[in-house]
Design a protein around this ligand. Structure first.
Ligand SMILES: Nc1ncnc2c1ncn2[C@@H]1O[C@H](COP(=O)(O)OP(=O)(O)OP(=O)(O)O)[C@@H](O)[C@H]1O
Length: 453
């Protein structure tokens, strides 16, 4: 299995965008084209590690592309997509040399499961950046815990870095060659969570066109992170407890038990003992998961982390958008970052840095580029540097950060309309990379915002 690049060939614009975003969010590198002829041009100039192609398209179509690959690049695997009604075509395609097929419609996870058989997602560098004494102590403890196979409960406010710590534990454990699979229990609709966790057999419910392994099975030999576990309903908590106790899972609609060899980590931003006390979290599950608790303090409780984190985020985003030289925070910007209370923790800092990189055009990021809330828009006209000793601002000002996010969404939607849907033009107009735009649109879609085709 290699790390590598995917060529996606699909003539349906909306489906292509959705598939591209799914692959991008799963950390695959991907290039998309709308016909087999363009795919062949790409294949002549760039190297790929997997091709995913629709069968029915104008021109030579997916079968023509498959024939081309058979003659020119026989080692390059091709995965074909087809409408359910034409499954015979797909069976023929496999006979002709395609590695597999996907019957439309399919769930994003089905696509990712297929792709993961041929490619690994690019390594995501999620090493925690820490400098504060409290964080250094936490990391040292996490490294010790990583060596055992104990379940770990990671607590901390939203955006504080719980998932980053979970990945760190996995990377420092003996399971680090195995997969790290994360599932956000709060982000998946209740009626889908069970199927996503435990997997399902074909026909287990309406829409289960193909059998699909669950997150437990995908994590075999590695680590499963149950993100925001406290958001799981009580019925599912009971089923989860059974799986953790028995160390085996049964797919929905399945008949056999599958033995599990996984380590389980969980996160929550709630006071879990209080959720046990108020009856919304099972006490027995709490004790099974909470073998070793680790807690990230809020970012404002570890101020020495703020500037190293900000510099790391600048370097990360500058590298993604090909910005060179990488801008440096000036003193006014440092002061502003250090005097904010960061109710959204590192995630909020990340957003602020991304905005600063959009606004900034020189080698230095100054306080004028730091927009934390609507109040700061005025600062760009009349810069005011807050002294380091200033006390935190009232909480209601921080809530205005959400308003700014909403404005960003409006700007993206308006620019999309103005550019008649051309992602390339929108990215150029907004001065962000096409990748960043796609990522932002995928996040907007996740929030239920409809993006015009
Ligand atoms: N110490 C750190 N070093 C580098 N990046 C970090 C660190 N902490 C957090 N981040 C970044 O901040 C963002 C939020 O982190 P993460 O998703 O781990 O937080 P979380 O506590 O799991 O959030 P939530 O409770 O909302 O799920 C991510 O983009 C992550 O990469």
């Amino acid at each position: 299995m290699s790390e590598g690049k995917i060529l996606l060939v699909e003539d349906d614009h909306s489906l292509r965008e959705a598939l591209f975003d799914t692959l991008l969010l799963a950390h695959y590198e991907c290039v998309d084209v709308s016909c087999a002829e363009d795919a062949i041009l790409k294949l002549k100039n760039e190297s790929f590690d997997l091709v995913i192609s629709d069968i029915q398209m104008e021109g030579i179509g997916g079968i023509g592309l498959l024939n081309y690959l058979q003659q020119q690049q026989a080692n390059l695997p091709i995965l074909l997509m087809t409408a359910y009604a034409t499954i015979d075509n797909a069976v023929n395609a496999i006979k002709l040399g395609a590695v597999d097929y996907l019957a439309k419609p399919f769930a994003p996870q089905v696509l990712l499961n297929q792709v993961s058989r041929y490619l690994k997602p690019r390594n995501v560098d999620n090493k925690p950046i820490v400098a504060d004494e409290k964080s250094l102590a936490l990391l040292a403890l996490a490294e010790k815990v990583a060596c055992s196979d104990a379940s770990v409960m990671i607590l901390g406010p939203s955006g504080s870095g719980k998932e980053v710590l979970a990945r760190f534990i996995h990377q420092h454990s003996s399971r680090n060659e195995g997969p790290f699979i994360a599932i956000n229990c709060a982000a998946i609709p209740e009626n889908m969570l069970e199927a996503t966790l435990f997997g399902y057999e074909k026909g287990a419910f309406t829409g289960a066109y193909q059998a699909c392994p669950g997150k437990f099975e995908q994590a075999q030999g590695g680590t499963l992170l149950l993100d925001e576990i406290s958001e799981m309903d009580l019925g599912l908590q009971a089923k989860l407890l059974r799986v953790l106790q028995e160390r085996e899972v049964e797919r929905l609609g399945g008949r056999k038990n599958i033995k599990l060899d996984i380590r389980v980590l969980a996160t929550s931003n709630r006071d879990l003992k209080a959720t046990v006390a108020d009856g919304t979290f099972r006490e027995d599950l709490f004790y099974r998961i909470n073998v070793f608790p680790l807690t990230w303090p809020a970012l404002n409780q570890r101020p020495a982390d703020i500037l190293p984190l900000a510099r790391h985020l600048i370097a990360k985003h500058a590298a993604h958008s090909g910005l060179a030289p990488c801008p440096v925070l000036d003193e006014s910007a440092c002061r502003r970052l250090l005097t904010h209370r960061w109710p959204g923790n590192v995630r909020e800092l990340d957003n602020v840095i991304q905005r600063a990189l959009i606004l900034n055009s020189g080698e230095h990021i100054s306080v004028n580029d730091i927009i934390i809330d609507s109040q700061d828009v005025k600062l760009t006209i009349e810069p005011v540097v807050q002294p380091l000793s200033d006390q935190a601002k009232p909480a209601e000002l921080d809530a205005l950060g959400d308003e700014l996010k909403a404005q960003e969404h409006v700007i993206i939607l308006e620019t999309l309309n103005m550019c008649k849907g051309s992602r390339k033009l929108v990215a150029e107009k907004l001065g962000i990379s096409a990748r960043t735009l796609r990522y932002k649109m995928a996040k907007m879609r996740d929030m239920g915002i409809e993006i015009p085709a």
